[in-house]
Write a protein that binds this ligand. Structure first.
Ligand code: PLP
Length: 487
């Protein structure tokens, strides 16, 4: 028995300490138990331990019935041997497809050689090589690299760097309407989703402007000298695949130079070759001050993210021994296997000409979708995008749907009301074995972000599925969806 240390606020009490005992093994599952879980057991554990509310959406979309046993290239394979074509691509995380053989081989070799992972004490040759590769892929003097494990972490690093580089007199950051930069507290302050912001107490040193409106940017910079940074996705993903024209970016670069504002380009979703160039901003012949990558940088196998900054900006913030540790890597930043995975992923991207393929196959997909839009003008409102980052916006049918069906649809889910995308996505999966993605802020938009290994044959399969589904007509689509929910 020991006594608690004495102080005035906390008088000493006799506190029994537990005697050492044999540690009982809790009721643990093994890796093999995990692989063998049934759909029902997975559902139960998801409900009990992960996110019961999320299951509601998975049920609406039919995701809850699928147990993926294997994934390779463009496909998932489920418990019944069903082959599901992946046009969702993990919101842009699977540029190389699932389990690319070169990625698997590099990772296996790294493990067989018993290489070290944690790079806190010693320098890491793997992080050094990855930083070199990223600087080599990045235009201008985007040379300094910070590693993290998620897009949000890279964006946090970018926001902190911008704030330190411009100094305490200019703490304000401009962000765009319908932006998405992550769900951590710092990134939420520049993420425009009411749902995600909820009622958190966020940094309010922010100014919101419409995306693509250069006049709004100029008047913000002009009227508020406290603005030190502007953060923008180059192509808005969560907003529904929204682009701004080249002149916007070129004027933005000039305005940032004129007012000394740091431009942070979020390329977490649009980068890594998805939009016809390594970074989407390269389509416009401009270079930001700071950019971020995540998602596909991890080769579809690891959690890897990077912030890449112009050297002078970086040096202003963290360039001295005194300031160097202010925002140095976290425990898992630059971890070995994730770094070599990203090194190999970048090599595969260039060796297999996947950036060119995003442009060529993306153009083919857009053409074929535009033909479908011409065929079904009452269903498809717009098709847009660049490379293999494409949105299909459906007409809002909430008012045109026969009155008898409206309450049924309304009852199903508040979010799907008036939106065909949920119905189309759910039926594409159920009836055609095709997976597509949805869009945070515009429920009428389906997002297509297939792996960059996608071929014209995959596009033809997808178009055939969508064409057959849309040929049923809106009323049948809604009825089939409703039946799928009750059946
Ligand atoms: C543009 C953009 N920025 C940041 C993020 C946040 O990335 P993560 O989910 O890895 O934290 C995302 C995620 O979808 C994104 O699309």
């Amino acid at each position: 028995m020991t006594k608690s240390p004495t102080n005035d606020a906390c008088p000493a009490v006799e506190a029994p300490e537990l005697a050492p005992a044999a540690i009982a093994r809790p009721d643990l599952m093994t890796v093999e138990d995990a692989k063998a879980l049934s759909v029902a057991m997975m559902t139960d554990l998801f409900k009990t331990h992960i996110n019961p509310g999320q299951l509601h959406f998975m049920k609406l979309l039919g995701f809850h019935k699928v147990k993926v046993e294997r994934a390779e290239g463009m496909y998932y394979y489920d418990q019944d041997g069903r082959k599901i074509l992946d046009f969702f691509g993990g919101f842009g995380s699977l540029a190389l497809g699932h389990n690319h053989p070169r990625i698997i081989a590099a990772r296996n070799k790294f493990q067989d050689e018993k290489r070290h992972e944690i790079a806190i004490a010693f320098m890491s040759q793997y992080a050094a090589a990855l930083a070199h590769n990223l600087a080599a892929c990045s235009p201008g003097d985007l040379d300094m690299v910070f590693f993290g494990s998620s897009g949000s972490e890279a964006m946090e690093a970018a926001l902190k760097l911008a704030e330190r580089a411009t100094g305490p007199a200019r703490p304000k950051t401009v962000y765009a309407e319908n932006s998405f930069h992550g769900k951590t507290k710092g990134t939420l302050a520049v993420t425009d989703g009411k749902l995600y912001r909820a009622e958190f107490c966020l940094n309010d040193n922010t100014v919101r402007v419409p995306f693509g409106d250069i006049g709004a940017v100029e008047s913000a910079f002009h009227s508020d000298p406290q603005i030190g940074a502007i953060v923008l996705e180059t192509i808005q993903g969560g907003g529904g695949i929204i682009q701004a024209p080249a002149e916007y970016w070129q004027k933005l670069r000039k305005l940032c130079d004129q007012y000394g504002v740091i431009w942070v380009a979020d390329e977490v979703q649009s980068g890594f070759g998805r939009a016809c160039r390594f970074y989407a901003f390269e389509n416009y012949g401009v270079v930001p001050d700071i950019t971020t990558l995540a998602k596909s940088l991890g080769g579809g196998k690891s959690a890897m993210a990077a912030m890449i900054a112009r050297r002078d900006v970086y040096m202003k913030a963290y360039g001295t021994p005194k300031t160097a540790m202010i925002h140095a890597q976290a425990t898992f930043g630059g971890i070995g296997e994730a770094c070599i995975t990203a090194v190999e992923a970048i090599n595969v991207l260039y060796d297999e000409n996947l950036i060119e393929n995003s442009a060529e196959t993306g153009a083919y997909l857009l053409d074929r979708l535009r033909a479908l839009q011409a065929k079904y003008p009452k269903i498809i409102k717009e098709v847009r995008g660049r490379g293999l980052m494409i949105g299909i916006e459906f007409q809002d049918f909430s008012q045109t749907l026969p009155a008898v069906l409206r309450p049924v649809v309304g009852m199903l889910d508040d979010k799907l009301k008036g939106s065909l995308s949920g119905f189309v996505g759910a039926l594409l999966l159920r009836d055609y074995d095709v997976l597509v993605a949805f869009t945070e802020y515009n429920r009428n938009v389906i997002r297509l972000e297939p792996p960059l290994i996608c071929t014209r044959d995959h596009v033809d399969t997808f178009i055939h599925a969508l064409d057959s589904l849309l040929a049923r007509g809106i009323i049948s689509i809604v009825k089939d969806f409703v039946k799928s929910q009750v059946g």
